[in-house]
Design a protein around this ligand. Structure first.
Ligand code: TXA
Ligand code: MG
Length: 315
């Protein structure tokens, strides 16, 4: 395939940060880490820059993007915060929570970011590299996960390179991400909190902080996360779930003490398993095995997000 750019990986420091911010200001997407996964970031106020994200990822344009901000003041300029949203932001920002809120008329955001919706997804990440990039470029940054659309999400700079080599100019490398699965997406409503994507901030945490019931599932059709297609995070091989004994041709991803090819967490620690999940899927995908098997993972806490991603990888 034809490569438009040579993609360079740069260790995150003051100089690479400055260079990345210059690219952003010139309308170019740059890959940078958050504490969840690496994002492909571009100026959310510049339609050409946002279009370049969709094109590098091969992402359908009806799937809206998350806008990343460096502080709460920046978020208030983009969206209307109801008291419920204020409470959740106060409690979980900076962190792995994305809030879907009514977009402000005067937000200045490119309409491509919202893909026609009256709402915008906003996140204040905790990772210093992404926050510094927002500050240094002086723009809110639209950033989906930095992988080709539908593929496994990247938790290391090398994952980004493997997926987007030749499609972007630069990857800021700050090592493996700590959380490992994408942010929780929640839409606060008058009488409940809609959970659109499970993630590191669990339903129980949202309920406890918001004092409102958390609703999941397909009921509120108009505020679903449009990117939540059944097949996603998909390796190039068949994936079988809840497997205790793998077939000979299968690469086994284990959980807890067991013989396997790679273990998400020998101590059966769900946070560790989440942090290792996508790297394990990348390894399994790159292995000589013709199929992938995954051991059962308890469906509690961040295990709900792990199982959500595994189900989509297997779909
Ligand atoms: O952890 C994360 O959230 C990472 C890092 C880079 O921040 N980003 C990420 O972005 O996972 P992406 O594009 O892979 O997933 C964004 C999800 C999609 O499912 C999209 O449909 C949903 O957010 N979304 C965006 N705007 C929305 C809106 N206004 N209403 C409902 N869902 C929305
Ligand atoms: Mg993604």
């Amino acid at each position: 395939a034809h490569s438009a750019f040579s993609t360079k990986i740069r260790r995150y420091d003051a100089e690479s940060l400055r260079e990345a911010a210059l690219l952003i200001r010139a309308g170019e997407p740059v890959a940078a880490p958050t504490e969840t996964v690496y994002g492909l970031a571009a100026d959310a106020t510049d339609s050409n820059a946002v279009a370049a994200i969709y094109s590098a990822k091969g992402r359908p344009s009806f799937n809206p993007l998350i806008v990343h901000v460096a502080d709460h003041a920046m978020a208030e300029k983009l969206a209307h915060f109801c008291p419920q949203a204020e409470r959740l932001a106060e409690r979980f920002w900076p962190g792995a929570l994305t809030l879907v809120l009514p977009v402000r008329q005067d937000s200045g955001l490119s309409p491509l970011v919202m893909a026609g919706l009256p709402t915008v997804a906003i996140r204040l990440p905790a990772h210093p590299a992404m926050r510094a990039l927002i500050r240094e470029s002086g723009r809110p940054l639209a950033a989906p996960s930095a992988n080709r659309s539908g593929a496994i999400s990247p938790t290391r700079a090398e994952h980004v390179l493997a997926s987007l080599n030749g499609k972007i100019r630069m990857i800021l490398d700050a090592g493996p991400t700590s959380e490992g699965v994408e942010s929780t997406i929640a839409a606060p409503q008058a009488d409940c909190i809609r959970l659109l994507r499970p993630g590191p901030v669990t339903a129980a945490m949202l309920e406890e902080a918001g004092g409102l019931p958390v609703m999941t599932g397909k009921t509120g059709a108009k505020i679903e996360a449009p990117g939540q297609q059944e097949s996603h995070y998909a390796p190039s091989k068949p994936v079988r779930l809840e497997v205790m004994n793998a077939e000979k041709e299968e690469f086994l991803i284990g959980f807890g003490l067991m013989p396997c090819n790679v273990n998400l967490s020998p101590d059966a620690d769900l946070r560790e398993a989440a942090a290792n999940l996508f790297a394990a899927l990348h390894l399994a995908d790159a292995s000589a095995a013709s199929a992938i098997a995954v051991a059962p993972v308890p469906n509690e806490g961040i295990g709900v997000a792990i199982n959500d991603r595994l189900r989509r990888a297997a779909a």
